[in-house]
Structure formats: C-alpha cells, structure tokens
Design a protein around this ligand. Structure first.
Ligand code: OGA
Ligand code: NI
Length: 355
C-alpha cells in the first residue's frame, strides 16, 4: 500500500451523504473543495451496440455486430448496449436497493467502512491527493462488493442480496458473450484466452455510487478522471446524468437511452489486446438538483491470473506494448495510488514507454 495519504477513508461519523442531506448547506465544505472546469460536449455519437445482433443466429447480422463491437472498442472504448435482455424492472430494483443501502443509518454503514481495497465489502468516501499533494474528498459515497467467485453483500437492506446476486449473474452472462465475440474478432483461440484470464474463476465486483446533490457543483467532483481496472465495466444509473468520457482529447456528456447499459473497455482489456482496444478516461460530475445513483459491475480476470498482451497478438505486432502483472498485484498498487491529474498507474507502470 502506498505510503501517501491516498485511499485513506475518512472517519465515517459524517458521511458525504449526511453532510449533503443536512439542511441549509450552501457551500461545499473545504475538504471536498477542488476547483474544476468540467464542461463537456453533448454526445449522441457514442456507439450503440445491439446485443441481440451479437448473439444472432444469422451469420451476417452477427458478423456486422462483432465488427461494430470492435470498432467501438478501438475508437471510443465505450458503447451503449441495447436489447441486452436484462429486465428493466431488475435494473430499477437494483438501483433502488443500492439507494436504500446509502439511506441506512450511519451506524449501520460504519461496520463496512473500507479498510483495504481487498476487503469483500467496503463502503466509504475516498480521499486522494492531487498533483500538488493537496488532499480532497470526492463528492461521492460508495459501496463496493466482491460478488464472484464468492458472493458478499451486506445483510441490510434485506432485498439487496437477492437483487445484486441476480443482476450480477445476468451481467456475467452478457460479459461472457461479449468477450467471446471480441476474442473471435481478435482471431484468438477461446481456450487460450479462457486459460490466460482464468475465466472459470473470473472476479466480479459491484460498485454502487451515490452522488448527493451538491450546492456548488463547480467546486466538487464525484469521481475524478480515471480508467477502470479489469476487462469490461457495465454501468447503469437512476436517470440523472453525470458521467463524462474522454474521446480525442475532448470530454463528452453521456446520455444513455432508458434501459440501456453503458459498457467500457478496461485497462486489462487494452493490455490483453496489445493496445487494439482502448481503456479511456471517464469521470463523474455532480449537480445541484438531484442525487445521482450509479451501479457499476466490474468484470475482471481472476485475481491470480497474470495479465499481459496475448502472445499471438504480440507475434503479429512484433513487440509487447505492456508489462505483464498478476491482477491482484495491480489492484493492490493501483487503487492505492493517486490517479489524478497526471498519468494513471496504468500509464506509469504498465505501458512500455519508447525511450
Ligand atoms: C466508476 C465510475 C462513473 C459513474 O465507478 O468506476 O466510473 O457515473 N463511475 O458513477
Ligand atoms: Ni470508472
């Protein structure tokens, strides 16, 4: 674990939610205060991917969908998944159950206060140091659960467990199908990839994010620019906008259609593909009017898998652009480091630089 102040959760007596919910809060308290300019362009150009075409029995339709998937992963690193088959009611219930967790009394949430990034259940407010070593706390409360291969979930609220179990299993099924299609596009052997990533024991993490309404949205940030660890992340929210993604050096607001799921390529997918697919930066901004809840499912290699560029792709390309590392080691070190402003841990440690 890094020796700086990063990833030191604050005392939980007054969570961000409690602070934000307190009446007459007119200004952002200093520990959350970070000047920012998070303007972004509207975007209707984030690619849509029709999941039903990806699993279609019609070979032309499927081939086209596989190409669309690859194009979106190469160019944007993001796509909006539609016709995915997960019932809208389950998605709504999952968001509501996570919101119910955040609404529990502070004393109940406190037992899950984050101690280590490897804990099975963690909740808290993250504080990071920026490039000038000033620390600030995100305008966000999180609940992070390891749900596969072993399933962990708080006992309260009671309905959370069953809903998260059902939702994360359905996401796992989508994930497997999308990975299969991507592997086909990359002309890799499925068994080779399954073994490399130890797909049987793939790890899955569910993260609930609560971004309370904020009196001065330009003086706080929900989540600063970052990339996600793992292979593919699936995100839904409560209909309140706030996610922004970087593309071609510009930032875009994400407006996803109802009942869609935003999927993004993560660091280890970029590594596996030796840079063909891109893990791009995204961030969450806050707003004055409404609380925003997002539910994120991270699908990752098994913790003991050594992830590096796939050998057949390295052979084709002539060299590996990334170092290999045990996934767990990456998690321990990367999350413990500041990923603000400058380069992410991913950029610092895993990309082989041309000297
Ligand atoms: C994340 C993330 C964005 C959001 O949890 O990694 O990027 O909109 N969340 O909540
Ligand atoms: Ni993210």
């Amino acid at each position: 674990m890094a020796s700086n102040s990063v990833d030191q959760p604050l005392e939980f007596e007054r969570s961000i939610k409690a602070i934000a919910d307190s009446s007459n809060l007119e200004a952002v308290p200093s520990k959350f205060n970070i000047a920012n300019d998070y303007t972004a362009l509207p975007s209707d150009s984030i690619p849509l991917l029709d999941f039903s075409s990806l699993i279609s029995a019609d070979p032309h339709q499927r081939t086209k969908a596989v190409q669309d998937l690859a194009e979106a992963s190469r160019v944007w690193g993001f796509f909006i998944l539609v016709n995915h088959g997960i019932p809208e009611s389950l998605m709504k219930d999952a968001i509501a159950a996570v919101r119910d967790f955040f609404n529990l009394p502070e004393s109940e949430k406190k037992q899950y206060e984050s101690k280590s990034v490897l804990d099975s259940i963690q909740c808290g407010n993250l504080t990071l140091a920026n490039t000038s070593n000033q620390s600030f706390t995100f305008w966000r409360e999180y609940l992070r659960l390891r749900v596969h291969p072993d399933f962990h979930c708080p006992h309260h609220p009671q309905h959370l467990r069953e809903i998260v179990m059902d939702y994360s299993k359905k996401i796992r099924e989508l994930y497997m199908k999308i990975m299969e299609a991507a592997v086909e596009y990359l002309e890799l052997d499925k068994h080779y990839v399954d073994q490399l990533l130890k797909m049987d024991s793939m790890a899955q993490m569910v993260v609930g994010n609560c971004y309370p309404a904020c009196p001065q949205p330009d003086k706080a940030i929900g989540l600063p620019p970052h990339t996600d660890p793992g292979l593919l992340t699936f995100l839904i929210n409560n209909g309140v906008e706030g996610l922004q993604i970087e593309h071609d050096g510009k930032w875009f607001n994400v407006q996803s259609p109802p009942n869609s799921i935003l999927v993004n390529v993560d660091d280890h997918f970029e590594i596996l593909t030796n840079g063909r697919f891109k893990s791009l930066k995204h961030r969450a901004v806050v707003n004055k009017e409404r609380e925003r809840i997002s539910l994120v499912v991270l699908n990752t290699p098994a913790w003991d898998a050594i992830v590096g560029p796939a050998a057949p792709l390295v052979d084709k390309d002539g060299s590996a652009l990334y170092h290999s590392m045990e996934y767990k080691q990456y998690l321990e070190t990367s999350i413990a480091q500041s990923r603000l402003g400058g380069k992410s841990f991913f950029e610092q440690q895993l990309i082989i630089q041309d000297i």
